[in-house]
Design a protein around this ligand. Structure first.
Ligand SMILES: C[S@@+](CC[C@H](N)C(=O)[O-])C[C@H]1O[C@@H](n2cnc3c(N)ncnc32)[C@H](O)[C@@H]1O
Length: 269
């Protein structure tokens, strides 16, 4: 698929999901069924209690980057691919009124949902921007922390996203993202078919490749820690939810896909 086709497929898929939630139902990144193994139980009960119900219903991430990012009062944060804004609202609470939390998303319907969720939250230090994370609409050196939750795996040009993240970070700024990553030899047929049926896993990078791309973009202190490992039963459940014969997922795929918390830093000078 060409890059523009991929982007328009992503926009269409997430636009439909946002409309589903606006229509009163919960969303799932797997399209037709549930993707609970990826999205369930990511947030602590006290975090969930402080969020509008609709923000929780459109939680499509694979981790909880704001909890791990060590955000400080007064910081400026940018969430790449913010969806319905769940992590932006959590970040806005953590950085407080002296700080600012931006959310960037490609999809109009998701941004409409995010605005509604912001309104329901009563927070005034959150702001949603329309745009592509391959071309971030913020100036150089303007952000303390980049967050992202299960989005970079969707990018057509991941190196460009990482370069853009590096550009907008202040010297010494931090990257704190959750993403799906692969480990070990995933047979190409398995990788391709997994990508085909589960939007949330599409384009996942191998962990060593991820580290080296971050270093290539200029980041230092790169760390990548698994937060949830998907077993073959999980992958088969996701396949079933997506309408694919689970027998098509061989045993070898189990443990080869996992959610990770990835952190790195832009050098201070
Ligand atoms: C899997 S959802 C994750 C949403 C959110 N981070 C969360 O945890 O609920 C992916 C989101 O990324 C957005 N997205 C995908 N590609 C993007 C891009 N190139 N630039 C900006 N947003 C993008 C989609 O519109 C969608 O809202």
């Amino acid at each position: 698929m060409r890059e523009d086709e991929l982007k328009s497929a992503v926009r269409h898929r997430y636009g439909q999901l946002a409309l589903t939630v606006l229509g009163g139902a919960s969303a799932s990144c797997c399209g037709t069924g549930t993707c609970e193994v990826i999205t369930a139980d990511l947030y602590a009960p006290e975090e969930a209690a402080a969020l509008p119900q609709q923000a929780l219903e459109v939680s499509l991430g694979c981790g909880n980057p704001t909890a791990l990012a060590e955000l400080r009062e007064g910081e400026t944060v940018l969430d790449l691919g913010c969806g319905g804004g769940i992590d932006v609202l959590l970040a806005a609470q953590r950085v407080g009124p002296a700080g600012k939390a931006y959310g960037l998303d490609l999809t109009d319907e998701m941004l409409a949902l995010a605005e509604a969720n912001k309104c329901a939250s009563g927070l005034s230090n959150a702001e949603f921007l329309k745009g592509d994370m391959e071309n971030i609409p913020l100036p150089d050196g303007s952000v303390d922390v980049i967050l992202s939750n299960c989005v970079i795996n969707l990018a057509a040009d991941k190196d460009r996203v990482l370069r853009e993240a590096f550009r907008v970070l202040k010297p010494g700024g931090r990257l704190a993202i959750s993403d799906i990553v692969t480990r070990g030899a995933i047979p190409e047929t398995v990788r391709r078919s997994v990508e085909l049926w589960i939007g949330c896993l599409a384009g996942a990078l191998d962990e060593a490749d991820y580290r080296s791309r971050l270093a290539q973009a200029g980041f230092v202190d790169v760390r990548l820690e698994p937060t949830r490992i998907y077993q073959v039963e999980d992958l088969r459940q996701m396949a079933t939810a997506a309408g694919i014969d689970p027998v098509a997922v061989p045993e070898v795929a189990g443990g080869g896909f996992f959610a990770a918390f990835i952190s790195a830093r832009k050098p201070a000078r």
